[in-house]
Design a protein around this ligand. Structure first.
Ligand code: COA
Ligand code: AMP
Length: 628
């Protein structure tokens, strides 16, 4: 029955997308409602709801207050690392957002301007995002674990009028001061913002010396509230979120206002079965897409309550923290990355800590961000006694491509598969020539164009890069960069990236960017970085380096220097700790380094050795270093 329901919804969306999406568009309050859904004029770059206008913040906050839900909690802030717990109703959130929008407007921010947000998991991060949306400005949130150079690249690309930051983040090992990182980034950029607004945290107040620097609290109390949300086109950008690609230069994924509001409001109900008044606990970070979509926008657009959790699955204070949060706030669904569950399982293998909490409100555990290994799937399902629902997507798509639609048509779950394509997505597995592969055959996972509402519009001021990186390899398709296969029932199995992107503890990173850092070291002639399997983090990077002839440096010193460089240039989040010196790197005759073959050897799998390999002896000679 459920399967029929799912197929009917998928078919209807595939065959009558106009009708399907115009119907879902009724979930949103428009200023000018859409008369049409898809605009194909700029194909292969598509636009959704081209004639409509709205304001995303009004949909996420104002309308719930207007509908009489002003007293409903919008955000529950639970921060074990700062010993804080508080909750903001929709009415309180509206007051804060109006003030913050007024504050940004007072600093000259208006429709179309960019604002970079560099903040940890504090409510002000959400308020700043919504305040930008209220003004029709475009936010770009940068994850706090990135180093100044990465922040600088994003600032130079987005060219923000204002940067909003906090004085520090709090990691289990202690306070991470953000202000020096921001100052270092701004010393590197050619673009300079007009103003920097800083939320002072009690753990680390800082002195503001530069006239362009302002204290968030001071400025907020003086701000003239922005009562009226600014009308924007559905196709105007809401945010830019930078993500790692195959080169060192991150890609600025652009999300629109209208398609995003429709898709997220619909998906939260259809996929996650979370509705107005339900409590969703997404344990991620606002700096990642999971945070944008499922900590901030989807729950608020739908009138649910979102838990903003500042802490880690273990160590803050222990492996019971997720279960304590779920019990304290009567959470209906938890959404996190498999690595978080693996970290918990490692500390509490029998799940005793789970039993100490009343999890009767919890209906589902959703996992995404990296491959869900069958062991973690089984452990979580058995210990929690609720369905464990894998879902596959990426920064670019903004919401699940493949999932089990718990709100619309729950279907049987299969270990190792994020289930089936969500209505709106036509998933094909293609061979190298672009032919569709039959079930069971692994190939490139591609999405038939046009992509549904809420997916990326383009890359920030780089339409050509968008087309060449995603839309050129297979005509008529979006290339996901993941490999995998479909089974006879249409369930998708995602086997991993086919490019130079790796996934470390659910964090997406570019090996190309790490290689660029290693290659700049004076002792290095050549290098490659591969992602090797890791029991906790899924993958961790390993650097293979060839030294310049005559170089005299010990492995210990070289490792220390390279590890420090990656930490300084990319950030601690890269978790780059493993350096191996090799005599040569295996290549094809055309000079392409065989990273995939090396990764397979390092993982203990049978390597695919291409017939075009230049010298098979090189591979044989480095095998021991790879496998240790
Ligand atoms: N600000 C500053 N530093 C940060 C940071 C942040 N927001 N996030 C991570 N870091 C630092 C960590 O402190 C650590 O530094 P260290 O090398 O000095 O110890 C380093 O980056 C690596 O962090 P991480 O990979 O997260 O390792 P961890 O050992 O601290 O935690 C997990 C491991 C599995 C518990 C953690 O990665 C986790 O909770 N992952 C969930 C993933 C997730 O939410 N993904 C988002 C997509 S769903
Ligand atoms: P990000 O853009 O950071 O969300 O990372 C997206 C990438 O993470 C995808 O291209 C996949 O490689 C991987 N990924 C995300 N979710 C899953 C999943 N459920 N199963 C397997 N891989 C996943």
């Amino acid at each position: 029955m459920s399967e029929e329901l799912y197929r009917a919804a998928w078919e209807r969306c595939a065959h009558s997308p106009e009708e399907f999406w115009l119907e879902q568009a009724k979930l949103v309050d428009w200023i000018r409602p859409p008369q049409r859904a898809l605009d194909e004029a700029g194909a292969p770059i598509y636009r959704w709801f081209p004639d409509a206008t709205l304001n995303t913040c009004a949909n996420a906050v104002d309308r719930h207050v207007a509908a009489g839900h002003g007293d409903r909690p919008a955000i529950i802030y639970d921060s074990p690392v700062s010993s804080t717990q508080c909750s903001w109703t929709y009415r309180e959130l509206l007051g804060e957002v109006k003030a913050a929008a007024g504050m940004l407007s007072g600093l000259g921010v208006s429709r179309g301007d960019r604002v970079v947000i560099y903040m940890p998991m504090v409510p002000e991060a959400v308020v700043a995002m919504l305040a930008c949306a209220r003004l029709g400005a475009v936010h770009s949130v940068v994850f706090g674990g990135f180093a100044p150079a990465e922040l600088a690249t994003r600032i130079d690309d987005a060219r923000p009028r204002v940067v909003v930051a906090a004085s520090c983040g709090i990691e289990p090992k202690g306070v991470v001061e953000y202000k020096p990182l921001l100052d270092a980034a701004l010393a590197l950029t050619t673009h300079q913002p007009d103003a920097v607004v800083l939320k002072q945290r009690a753990q680390c107040p800082v002195e503001l010396t530069n006239p362009r620097e302002h204290d968030w609290d001071n400025l907020l109390t003086r701000a003239v509230p922005c009562e009226q949300p600014v009308e924007v086109k559905a196709t105007d950008p809401l945010y830019i979120l930078y993500t790692s690609g195959t080169t060192g230069k991150p890609k600025g994924v652009v999300r629109d206002n209208g398609g995003h509001a429709v898709a997220l409001t619909w998906a939260l109900g259809a996929v996650f079965d979370v509705n107005g008044g339900d409590v969703l606990f997404t344990a991620s970070d606002v700096g990642w897409v999971v945070g944008h979509s499922f900590i901030v926008y989807a729950p608020l657009l739908r009138g649910a309550t979102t838990v903003l959790f500042e802490g880690k699955p273990v160590g803050t204070p222990d492996a019971s923290t997720f279960w304590r949060v779920a019990a304290d706030h009567r959470v209906k669904a938890i959404f996190t990355a498999p690595t978080a569950i693996r970290a918990i399982k490692r500390e509490d293998p029998l799940g005793h800590l789970i039993d100490r909490h009343d999890l009767s409100s919890l209906k589902t555990l959703f996992l995404a961000g990296e491959r869900l290994d069958p062991d973690t799937y089984a452990w979580a399902g058995e210990r929690l006694g609720v369905p464990v629902v894998d879902n596959w997507w990426q920064t670019e798509t903004g919401w699940p491509v493949a999932a089990n639609l718990r709100g619309l048509a729950p279907m049987p779950l299969k270990a190792g598969s994020p289930s089936v394509p969500v209505p709106g997505y036509e998933v094909h597995v293609l061979d190298a020539e672009g032919a569709r592969l039959p079930p069971g055959n692994e190939g490139a996972i591609c999405l038939k164009l046009p992509l549904p509402p809420g997916t990326l519009q383009t890359l920030w001021q780089a339409d050509n890069r968008y087309v060449s990186a995603y839309l050129t390899q297979y005509e008529g398709y979006y290339l996901t960069g993941d490999g995998g296969y479909l089974d006879d029932d249409g369930y998708l199995y995602v086997m991993g990236r086919t490019d130079d992107v790796i996934n470390v503890a659910g964090h997406r990173l570019s090996t190309g960017a790490m290689e660029a850092v290693l290659a700049a070291h004076p002792a290095i002639a050549e290098c490659a970085v591969i992602g090797v399997r890791d029991e906790l983090k899924g993958q961790v990077p390993r650097g293979l380096v060839v030294l310049k002839a005559g170089t005299e440096i010990t492995l210990e010193q070289l490792s220390r220097e390279l590890v420090a460089r990656v930490r300084e240039e990319i950030g601690a989040v890269a978790v780059f700790k493993d350096v191996r010196v090799v005599d040569a790197l295996p290549k094809t005759r055309s000079g392409k380094i065989l990273r995939k073959t090396m990764r397979q050897l390092a993982d203990g799998d049978t390597p695919d050795i291409p017939p075009t390999i230049e010298d098979p002896l090189v591979l044989r000679s480095i095998a021991p270093q790879l496998q240790q």
